[in-house]
Design a protein around this ligand. Structure first.
Ligand code: ZN
Length: 474
């Protein structure tokens, strides 16, 4: 007999509604939803002082992610990364697959999927990264196979990092056209790689290599131009476009402009762009390396615009781009952020944040008055599920959906600090920030991973998610 659980009397929050109810879970799914006190089960969880929300979905993580030259990897693997995610109330992640040297995207995908299947404690999907010059090499055939065979229904196109990841416009055109024919969502790292390369070379030639100058090497125009180009190619080939990690007002405005014309263009932003700014690390010496990510964390004046865009529905999701590298300077091998000490071009790009996302966004977004709880659920769970082909299995609390639930305690104040977070990065950009709410229980397909009694993880219990086409209306 399957073990059943009832989550009793909490306020169920979905992207559209709030209501007090019992939620009964059996065989890993939501079996029924009833009036408070009406349902019973083998195990009862009292949620009367909590919200009950669908688990967070982070569609942008980089666990054990090889650096550009395949010389180091982000420091969280699929085990520690998904455990950190679960601690913060996230029950699904979508990570990336790059083509490994001397390999194809198809082989690289199957290999990485197997690694993730052996380690993830929560369910996961994978976005293949479109290989450089895919339009010429036949790699588009592999991508089609990944969509059809593995349900890999979102493909990442890099417009930055010439020579390693950057695709040319021909690959953007042919790749996005094929994506649209197959019902795949193109997701874009929108920065003009040649502008970044040029700006970097000019800074280096002038001896300007301090860590914080990574910011100067990634000018706003590089992001805005790439968003406009991606959106224009999307219009030309009649494809939806999803822009990841929107960092600036100008980039957000390009998305909003396309949207006003009725084009299916979507955007993600991340906590680091909403809560942190250039002013936090400018002149910060090696400390600035902790903030180094691409696009860079911008001037503070951008934050208000991003919050407004989220509220207005001009940006769709909040993910983390969790790509953790250690700041350790001595006795650490391989060196990570310290590789670029005093020389910004060699700092590995990326910041941690997979555990903090829901706590930060509830605090700043809901408690801060930018949006209500339903909108919060929409931004961190429901919209990601819809756009990335997981809805209504994920991202909802309805009969039949996976019992990926968070019992969210609105009165559980804590101070975020690296020593109690679970990333191996060893630091957080949000050190000392007080949040008033955090998860009391976290469940993945009805299994309790986090409870007041502690955590219970099993590497490899997370299932690979075959995904479907994006659901959207414009
Ligand atoms: Zn990323």
């Amino acid at each position: 007999m399957a073990h059943s659980i009832v989550v009793r009397g909490g306020i169920v929050v979905t992207s559209t509604n709030e209501f007090r109810a019992d939620v009964r879970i059996e065989d890993g799914r939501v079996e029924s939803i009833g009036s408070p006190g009406s349902l019973s089960a083998d195990e009862k969880i009292d949620a009367s002082d909590c919200y009950v929300m669908p688990g967070g979905i982070d569609t942008h993580t980089h666990f054990e992610n090889p650096s550009l030259a395949f010389t180091t990897k982000s420091i969280d693997d699929f085990a520690s990364g998904t455990e950190a995610a679960a601690y913060g109330g996230t029950t699904t992640i979508i990570d990336f697959v790059k083509t490994e040297p001397e390999s194809s995207i198809l082989e690289s995908f199957e290999k990485r999927r197997a690694v993730a299947e052996s380690k993830c404690t929560i369910d996961f999907g994978l976005h293949p990264v479109v290989p450089i010059a895919a339009a010429e090499t036949g790699a588009l055939n592999d991508l089609a196979l990944l969509a059809n065979k593995h349900g890999a229904m979102s493909w990442k196109f890099f417009m930055a990092y010439p020579g390693s990841l950057m695709v040319d416009d021909k690959t953007l055109i042919e790749g996005m056209r094929l994506a649209s024919q197959l019902g795949v969502l193109p997701i874009i790292h929108a920065e003009n790689g040649h502008i970044i390369e040029d700006a970097t070379n000019r800074l280096v030639a002038a001896g300007q290599t301090d860590e914080h100058l990574h910011h100067e090497a990634h000018p706003h125009v590089a992001e805005a131009e790439a968003v406009f180009r991606a959106v224009s190619i999307g219009e030309y080939v009649d494809s939806p476009v999803f822009i990841v990690h929107v960092s600036s007002a100008r980039a957000a405005e390009e998305i909003a402009r396309a949207r006003r014309k009725g084009q299916p263009v979507f955007g993600e932003t991340c906590p680091q762009y909403l809560l942190k700014s250039y002013e936090d690390y400018q002149g910060g010496g090696f400390g600035a390396a902790a903030y180094t990510c691409s696009p860079p964390i911008r001037e503070k004046s951008n934050q208000a615009h991003l919050w407004r865009a989220l509220k207005a529905g001009e940006l769709d999701t909040i993910a983390t781009d969790h790509a953790p590298f250690s700041m350790c300077e001595e006795a650490c091998f391989p060196p990570q952020k310290s590789n670029g000490k005093g020389y910004f071009p060699r700092i590995p790009n990326g910041v941690p944040g997979v555990e903090e996302r829901l706590m930060l966004m509830f605090e700043a977004g809901v408690c801060g008055g930018f949006f209500d709880r339903c909108k919060f659920v929409d931004l961190v769970s429901t919209r990601p599920a819809k756009l990335f082909g997981l809805f209504p299995k994920k991202g909802d609390i309805s009969v039949g959906s996976d019992a990926d639930l968070v019992v969210w305690d609105p009165n559980s104040p804590r101070i975020l600090t690296a020593s109690t977070l679970h990333t191996k990065a060893g630091y957080t950009l949000y050190e000392g920030i007080k949040v008033s709410a955090s998860p009391r229980y976290v469940m993945s397909r009805g299994e309790i991973l986090i409870s007041p009694q502690g955590a219970s993880f099993t590497s490899g219990r997370g299932k690979y998610l075959h995904r479907t086409s994006p659901m959207f209306s414009v």
